[in-house]
Design a protein around this ligand. Structure first.
Ligand code: PFF
Length: 470
């Protein structure tokens, strides 16, 4: 147990700004660069953006404030922070399940996130080497197909990414996480700007802009609401303890409110700018925006292969994505790492290696989902990769988020919460109460139920409007 309320036994971020940067690093990742541009284009551009921004403001913002507050007040791993606050307020110790969900969810997410990040790392070298120059879309697409078909290659890059991640987290909060963040974050921002300028210079900007922002309400389905909210959780890294764990190392003087404001704005701006850069480049080459995996690994390399200095900028593009994925990955182990260090009083290195080994074994299922086990779909036609992705996005994140708002909204003393979060005016207090006690639980609960029903065909009769529109 932490002896001092203002310190964590695991270390502290050197400043409030570093906490913000670390949280931005966790938030900005594959979700922003790979998923966001695509789901925006497909769900009605500007119309979807509007729904997404509403989700971010009404749900993402208060959930993140609540989560960071739990970490900062507990100063321990998410499991023990919530347990401590529950005990202090005479609440059931079972609330620590919030921390457990995040701890297990983080390891599951990392197991498949690192597989995709491994592909990205491989593509950094592929692009820089100039291998694709002069090749057509078919050749580049089939090169990606044959890479995925080779379990050894996918395994190798996944293992490499995992090893670097574990090495860094094992070094501790200051010498590991913070150092990586200090190096990677400036590079991420610089590369993003460079890529945007490159995209604009190629002449596809307006088409990209239209694809992402043209308001088309006819494409906005009810299903888009589910997509928008699920993504709000994923992209902000909330609902699963990663941000809570980071919050435990946050200096007492840093205001939670303003930190969350900056994190949310930067995460959203990066997603928008990354989308504009990617689509500008894709449209500049006259290509059609592909879906999810294809956009990054088949379409973008084709555009880079055709455009001037494509190998260099293509390599830089994947480097940017790799850094962004890395600063997210290192946050995923922290809830589990901190907990096991506290529980067994063993060294961080030992715990990191053990967690790395468990995650690595779990990740093998995702590695094989694209080749040897691609036909193994025991449930709902999902591969192991799909299964791990969906149980975390659909169960762990929303349920974690729901439990957090209910715990903070109904089971912690409101005056204390207001004072910690510096919510001082009557207007702000009423808004906070409305969001955390009413809007949050209802919206998250509803979306959770609808998502489950939508994906179980036998229950479709309950929501015919959703299914027919979606
Ligand atoms: N926010 C990251 C992204 O957008 O890629 C993913 C993520 C990281 C989710 C950490 C959850 C988390 F705890």
């Amino acid at each position: 147990m932490a002896e001092n309320q203002n310190q964590s036994q695991h270390g502290m971020w050197s400043s409030g700004a570093l906490f913000v940067l670390a949280a931005v690093g966790s938030a900005v990742g594959l979700g922003n660069i790979w998923k966001f541009p695509y789901i925006t284009g497909e769900n009605g551009g500007g119309a979807f953006l509007l729904v997404y921004l509403i989700c971010i403001c009404l749900i993402g913002f208060p959930v993140m404030m609540a989560e960071i507050m739990l970490g900062r007040e507990g100063r321990m791993s998410p499991i023990n922070s919530v347990l401590k606050l529950a005990r202090e307020n005479n609440r059931s110790p079972n609330w620590s399940l919030i921390g457990w969900a995040g701890t297990i969810g983080g390891i599951i997410i990392l197991s498949f996130y690192a597989v995709i990040a491994g592909w990205i790392t491989y593509y950094v070298w592929r692009l820089f080497s100039g291998e694709f120059v002069g090749q057509d879309a078919e050749a580049i697409g089939s090169a990606f197909g044959s890479f995925l078909a080779s379990p050894w290659q996918v395994f190798l890059w996944f293992t490499l990414f995992m090893a670097v991640t574990i090495y860094v987290v094992a070094r501790g909060v200051n010498k590991g996480l913070e150092l990586a963040i200090r190096i990677c974050m400036p590079l991420i921002f610089v590369l993003l700007i460079v890529l945007l300028i490159y995209g604009i210079a190629q002449g596809g900007f307006w088409e990209g802009f239209k694809f992402m922002f043209q308001v088309d309400f006819s494409k906005l389905k009810l299903n888009s609401l589910l997509v928008a909210m699920g993504h709000a959780f994923f992209t902000l890294s909330i609902g699963m303890g990663a941000i809570m764990a980071y919050g435990a190392y946050m200096p007492q003087a840093q205001s939670v409110k303003s930190a969350v404001g900056i994190i949310v704005i930067v995460d959203t701006v990066v997603a928008l700018v990354a989308g504009l850069a990617i689509f500008s480049i894709v449209f500049a080459d006259g290509l059609a925006p592909d879906q999810s995996v294809g956009l990054l690994f088949a379409t973008a390399p084709v555009a880079f292969a055709d455009l001037p200095f494509g190998s260099i900028f293509g390599g830089l593009f994947f480097l940017f994505v790799a850094f962004a994925a890395f600063t997210s990955a290192i946050s995923l182990t922290e809830p589990a790492l901190a907990y096991f260090v506290e529980r067994y009083n063993v060294s961080r290195v030992k715990v990191a290696v053990s967690i790395g080994a468990i995650t690595w074994v779990l990740g093998l299922g995702s590695v094989l989902s694209f080749n040897l086990l691609s036909g193994f779909k025991p449930l709902f036609g999902w591969t192991i990769f799909d299964f791990l992705d969906k149980i975390t996005t659909w169960f762990f994140l929303p349920l974690g988020g729901l439990a957090i708002v209910v715990f903070v909204g109904y089971f912690l003393p409101r005056k204390k919460v207001w004072s910690v979060l510096e919510i001082n005016t009557t207007w702000a207090r009423n808004t906070w109460a409305a969001l955390i006690c009413v809007v949050g639980p209802i919206a998250i609960g509803l979306v959770f139920v609808l998502t489950i029903v939508e994906h179980i065909p036998a229950l479709h009769f309950l929501i015919p409007f959703l299914v027919s529109n979606g």
